[in-house]
Each structure stands twice: as structure tokens, then as C-alpha cells.
Design a protein around this ligand. Structure first.
Ligand code: ATP
Length: 312
């Protein structure tokens, strides 16, 4: 895996001034993170935390007041870099008179990376991948919300981007659809593409993401490996064991820390017990997220740099 980040964001700041009353809305106070090839990075934060504003700044749909954005080792968003990036907006606009196939071909042409029969083949392949092959010849106006979301994802991938940004890709999908999208995201990353997606669906992020970037009120509260974050809240271990008689009932003994874990294992074995399993109890991302939301997130902040180093 290359160690040059696909995207590097440093010191991003953005304040909106509202029309009429000229109120200042500090949307981004200082955002720093990096994205690497072949990795899936989740971008998490409560409503209004600054996710969409960050994504808009990344794509030059909004302009930051300060900060530096580097793509593929080059400052700024050059035309060359644009052709290597795929994007699914939070609320995509669809040309409803186009069929699914025409829509994908239209966006594929815009990238300048594919044309002619190669583009058509790629569009058909993606229609199949997002389970819309039966609807490829139908105008988008007849698509359901879930179908539109899936064709939107196919649009973001049509030109085989090296980096894909998906703003809330699971929104509006039923459980089967979410499963499908997770599989597509995994597949795309396995092929070497960097995936950056924002989501409110924490179980999806926990399952998919090797790394996480978490923002709160325009500030970074965490950047690093998902496991580093989950490990920050210790829940202890549970020892599962049986007494010598193998037919006896399986017992569970919770322990809070590593020292107690060794002591309990020794005690059980001295008494002739047989250890069958030791399970580490991890906090879920949802639990940690609630902690970040309602408690002082200084703990996470203080470990941010360290966990970033560990994660790489
Ligand atoms: P959500 O999860 O609800 O989509 P978000 O994390 O994407 O939220 P943003 O849409 O980036 O959050 O908004 C961050 C802050 O900036 C919010 O306080 C929002 O009200 C404000 N904001 C965003 N766009 C504008 C704008 N054009 N003018 C004024 N304020 C804005």
C-alpha cells in the first residue's frame, strides 16, 4: 500500500455569513485528516457537525477561509485529480428523462476516462452490480428512492475512480440495499480505491471502516483506526469455563482488567476447571459516539495523534 495519502486536509476553516442578518456560523473550526488508497474511511458527526461543508470544500463546491487540501500529492483540485474522483452527493440531482443506462453513460463521458463501447460495457456492468439491470432501459422518473440511491452510487463509480466520496450512501435503503452497498464499498476498496463516506448509520461504519474521522461542532474529535477508538472504552473480558466433568454447565466469569483475568484463569485451572473461551468485551461505536456526543471529548482528543500513528 502506498504511504502517500490520496487526500490530505490541513487546518480547514469555514464560517458562513447568513444573508440579511449577517450572522456568523462557524461551520468548520479546524479540520485535519488524511485518506489512503484501498482504505475505507468513515466520516461521522451529529447533524450540523460540518460533514457536508467539509465535503463541499473538498470538491470546491464551497471555499474554505483557511486550510490546505492536497490530492494525490498535489495541492488543490486540478482537472487531472477531478477525473480520478467519484462523488455521490447527499441529495443528488437526477435528469429524470434519462434511462439508467443513459445516465451512467452521460456521467462516464464527463470524466473523459471512458468512451464508446468500453463505457457502455462499464455502465452495464455497474447496472448489474447495483442490481438495476432490469431497469437500465427505464427513465429515472420511474425509479424508487432506493433505486435512485443505487444508480447514484453507480454514477460515482462509473469512471473507475481512485478516490470516491459518498455523502450518506446508505440513506433511503432497506436492509438488503444497505447490505448490497456495503458489499460494493468493500469490493471497490479491495480494488485499491480510497473510499470516504459520511454516515449516521454507526453499525454500518463500524463494520466497514478501517479508519474513522469524527467531527463535533466543526472540530475534529477523532482521527484514527476504528479499533483504536473502540479499544479506548474498556469493557473487560468474560471467561467461559467448565468444571472437570465435561458434561457440566458452561460458566461465565466477567473480569474487569488484565491482572484479574490472569488471576481468575489461574484460580479456575487450579480448581480443575477447563477454560473454553475468553471473550474481550468491546464497546460498540454507537456507545462511544454517545459518549462523544454528551461528554467531554477531551479523552479522545488527547489520544488522537497517538491513535493515528498506531493505526498506520
Ligand atoms: P447533517 O448530518 O445534518 O447533514 P452536517 O454535519 O453535514 O449535518 P453541515 O451541513 O456541514 O453539517 O453544517 C455545518 C454547520 O454549518 C451547521 O451549523 C449549518 O447550519 C451551517 N451551514 C451549512 N451551510 C450553510 C450555509 N450555506 N449558510 C449558513 N450556514 C450554513
Amino acid at each position: 500500500m502506498s504511504s502517500t495519502p490520496v487526500l490530505q486536509v490541513r487546518g480547514l476553516k469555514k464560517t458562513f455569513i447568513t444573508p440579511f442578518r449577517r450572522l456568523r456560523v462557524p461551520a468548520l473550526k479546524k479540520i485535519d485528516f488524511q485518506i489512503y488508497a484501498g482504505e475505507i474511511t468513515g466520516f461521522l458527526g451529529a447533524n450540523g457537525a460540518g460533514k457536508t461543508t467539509t465535503i463541499k470544500c473538498l470538491l470546491e463546491l464551497a471555499f474554505p477561509d483557511a486550510g490546505e487540501i492536497t490530492y494525490f500529492g498535489q495541492k488543490g483540485l486540478s482537472l487531472e485529480s477531478k477525473a480520478r474522483i467519484g462523488f455521490l452527493p447527499e441529495r443528488p440531482y437526477f435528469y429524470e428523462h434519462l434511462t439508467g443506462l443513459e445516465f451512467l453513460q452521460f456521467y462516464g463521458q464527463l470524466s473523459g476516462r471512458l468512451r464508446g463501447s468500453e463505457l457502455r460495457r462499464r455502465a452495464e456492468e455497474l447496472l448489474e452490480r447495483v442490481k438495476l439491470q432490469h431497469a437500465g432501459a427505464r427513465p429515472l422518473r420511474g425509479y424508487s428512492k432506493g433505486m435512485l440511491q443505487r444508480i447514484g452510487i453507480a454514477q460515482a463509480l462509473i469512471h473507475k475512480p481512485d478516490f470516491v466520496i459518498l455523502d450518506e450512501p446508505m440513506t433511503g435503503l432497506d436492509p438488503d440495499g444497505r447490505f448490497e452497498v456495503r458489499e460494493i464499498i468493500r469490493e471497490v476498496a479491495q480494488q485499491g480505491t480510497a473510499v470516504f463516506f459520511s454516515s449516521h448509520l454507526l453499525p454500518d461504519a463500524e463494520q466497514l471502516c478501517r479508519r474513522l474521522v469524527i467531527v463535533k461542532k466543526g472540530e475534529m474529535v477523532f482521527e484514527g483506526g476504528t479499533h483504536e477508538l473502540l479499544d479506548q472504552v474498556q469493557r473487560g473480558w468474560v471467561i467461559h469455563w467448565r468444571s472437570v466433568d465435561r458434561m457440566s454447565e458452561l460458566k461465565s466469569q466477567p473480569v474487569a482488567n488484565l491482572v484479574d483475568l490472569q488471576l481468575q484463569i489461574d484460580t479456575i485451572r487450579k480448581q480443575g476447571g477447563q477454560i473454553e473461551d475468553v471473550t474481550r468485551m468491546r464497546a460498540s461505536l454507537e456507545e462511544i459516539f454517545m459518549k462523544i456526543g454528551f461528554e467531554d471529548s477531551a479523552l479522545l482528543k488527547s489520544q488522537q495523534v497517538q491513535s493515528h500513528e498506531v493505526a498506520r
